[in-house]
Design a protein around this ligand. Structure first.
Ligand code: F6R
Length: 244
């Protein structure tokens, strides 16, 4: 696992935006996997700015988001789809038909998960998957449990994950759905390249366990050790105070 430690979250956002821009310049129809959450907000701001400056053309890019809450329509103010519209999609020239999202309202969740896996396969797989990480070591909504799921699946959210998503629901953790649809650990590991971003001291224990710990379903991000092309881009707080 490569680890890059940068000064602060602004440097993380700029650096990963440059990686995304370089990939799209080289491969204009790149397939991106994208996270939501607090961590990528700066990255999406950078991508918006670079698009506005004429530096990134999203017209042939395809995107697949990692996860979506179960039971929320895509236009719900707290849905991850709304988050992406707000922070990125609305501001760039990404054709709507190239945006792929799990449908949290699907009547048959298992069929929806199969549809998503098939859609990823149909475009030839993910070129670059950007990940955040939970303070408990989750990636996507693969929470610490006794086992991990390989493919896109219906997942139960940990209590801490519901608390950390409370802001989307007016601060009320009890309003955060208890379940979500999420790419599985296998879906994640099939991406050709993975960049995990983490900022802030709250992530340092999870990062340490991801990099140095055993591969265990108790720290789902530790499975990234099995991938040959993973980079962790951290600020020095998430790296446990280490400097680059
Ligand atoms: C969200 C996702 C989650 C987040 C993680 C970190 O799409 O995949 O795994 O990346 O919960 O969230 P923040 O960035 O809010 O700390």
């Amino acid at each position: 696992m490569r680890v890059r430690i940068l000064k602060d979250e602004g440097a993380v956002a700029r650096s990963v935006a440059s990686q995304v821009a370089a990939l799209i310049a080289e491969r204009p129809d790149a397939v991106l996997g994208l996270p939501t959450g607090r961590t990528p907000i700066g990255l999406y701001a950078e991508l918006r700015e670079r698009h506005a400056a004429g530096e990134i053309d999203f017209s042939r890019v395809r995107t697949f988001n990692l996860d979506e809450f179960l039971g929320l329509p895509s236009n719900h103010p707290a849905s991850y789809r709304t988050f992406m519209d707000t922070h990125l999609f609305r501001h760039v020239n990404l054709p709507r038909r190239y945006i792929h999202f799990l449908n949290g309202m699907a009547a048959d969740a298992a069929a929806e998960c199969r549809r998503y896996e098939a859609a990823i396969r149909k475009v030839g797989g993910l070129d670059l998957l950007i990940l955040g990480i939970g303070a408990n070591g989750h990636i996507g909504f693969n929470e610490p449990t006794r086992s991990v799921k390989a493919n896109t699946h219906r997942a139960k959210l940990a209590a801490g994950t519901r608390r950390s998503n409370a802001d989307l629901f007016g601060g009320r953790a009890s309003d955060v759905p208890r379940e979500a649809l999420s790419m599985g650990v296998g879906t994640i590991l099939r991406s050709r390249q993975i960049v995990l971003i983490a900022t802030g001291a709250g992530k340092s224990a999870a990062i340490r366990a991801t990099v140095d710990g055993p591969i265990t379903s108790r720290v789902p991000a530790s499975f990234l050790q099995l991938h040959g092309n993973v980079e962790l881009v951290l600020d020095s707080a998430a790296a446990g105070g280490r400097r680059r």
